[in-house]
Design a protein around this ligand. Structure first.
Ligand code: NAD
Length: 298
């Protein structure tokens, strides 16, 4: 299939490479020339705008930081909606608020296009391995149509409901992730301060009731998980500012639903403090620097 792919960051680049590896033809765009060049070297056609990337394709995928970026990529003069043919579906895998996804679906519908929210979980490792979980907001017919394409980038492709419900699932998951990462950072730091070997403590947690993804796959303490950002100076991975954005999305959604999120609000403030100290570009597991001075690079 010929696919337009826009947004080649930490997640988008490996996802696009998996589409290429599955034999799809890609027309790609990113504001970052180096990212675009890298993907072109893997066989994609580099385009000069979202409009060009969306012209003469059978599907468009976007993987952008936040709703404002999705809006501009869709609606700018050189945007996707200016180039896309009627009937072609747009799949947005960015994490954005459910209400914006519903607005974008209406904008696309007015041009004869379907817009599907399909945010992902699994991190950059899952993106590279093609094992992401896709949380899809779409009607059943549309879901069945795009499922094989998403299968080139992910392992669990789940329909969560109609438009916006993929984003609801995603922000609830990331609300929990923000909290569990903070909890693991707190427990590992306390253990280290009390003198236990960090590897021994992690081993106990990971075979005990405290075990979670933040402890066994992405432990924030350096040297516990070789493939985790903590073992490479908190680079790559999932930026703390993106986690802060997601906790903000959860807080706003909770406000509209009149639903309390006590721990989420506290986690949001902790990531806010991290961002304010200039560490928002580091992986979110560097939240451990709030507990261990000098743990993360400044
Ligand atoms: P990133 O910041 O690494 O990449 C975003 C890319 O979008 C960059 O290459 C940037 O140049 C590009 N971009 C920004 N504005 C653009 C525009 N107007 N036109 C074209 N390109 C533009 O972000 P990421 O880590 O790849 O995350 C992307 C999305 O996926 C976010 O919504 C994030 O919350 C979500 N997410 C990230 C992870 C993770 O582990 N990194 C996991 C799950 C979900």
């Amino acid at each position: 299939m010929k696919i337009g792919f826009i947004g080649l960051g930490n997640m988008g680049a490996p996802m696009a490479r998996n589409l290429l590896n599955h034999g799809h033809a890609l027309q790609a765009f990113d504001l970052n020339d180096a990212a675009l060049r890298d993907l072109a070297e893997c066989g994609a056609t580099a385009c000069a705008s979202p409009k060009a990337a969306a012209t003469d394709v059978e599907l468009v995928v976007t993987m952008l930081p936040a709703a404002a970026h999705v809006r501009s990529v869709l609606t700018d003069e050189q945007g996707v909606l200016a180039g896309i043919a009627p009937g072609v579906t747009i799949v947005d895998s960015s994490t954005i608020d459910p209400a914006s996804a519903q607005v974008f679906a209406k904008l696309a519908e007015a041009r004869g296009n379907a817009f599907v929210d399909a945010p992902v979980s699994g991190g950059t490792g899952g993106a590279a391995a093609g094992t992401l979980t896709f949380m899809v907001g779409a009607n059943e017919t549309l879901f069945e149509r795009i499922r094989p394409i998403l299968g080139a980038m992910g392992k669990n492709i789940v329909r969560c409901g109609d438009t916006g419900m993929g984003q609801v699932a995603k922000i609830c998951n990331n609300l929990l992730l923000g909290i569990t990462m903070t909890g693991v950072a707190e427990a590992m730091s306390l253990g280290a301060a009390l003198g236990i070997d960090a590897k021994v403590l992690a081993g106990i947690i990971n075979t005990s009731t405290g075990r979670c993804w933040s402890s066994d796959t992405y432990n924030p303490y350096p040297g516990i998980v070789d493939t985790a950002p903590a073992s490479r100076g908190y680079t790559g991975g999932f930026g703390a500012d993106l986690m802060l954005k997601d906790l903000g999305l959860a807080a706003e959604a909770a406000r509209t639903a009149k639903q309390p999120i006590f721990l989420g609000a506290l986690a949001q403030q902790l990531y806010q403090a991290m961002s304010a100290s200039g560490q928002g570009g580091l992986d979110f597991s560097a939240i451990i620097s709030l507990y261990r001075r000098g743990a993360a690079p400044q």
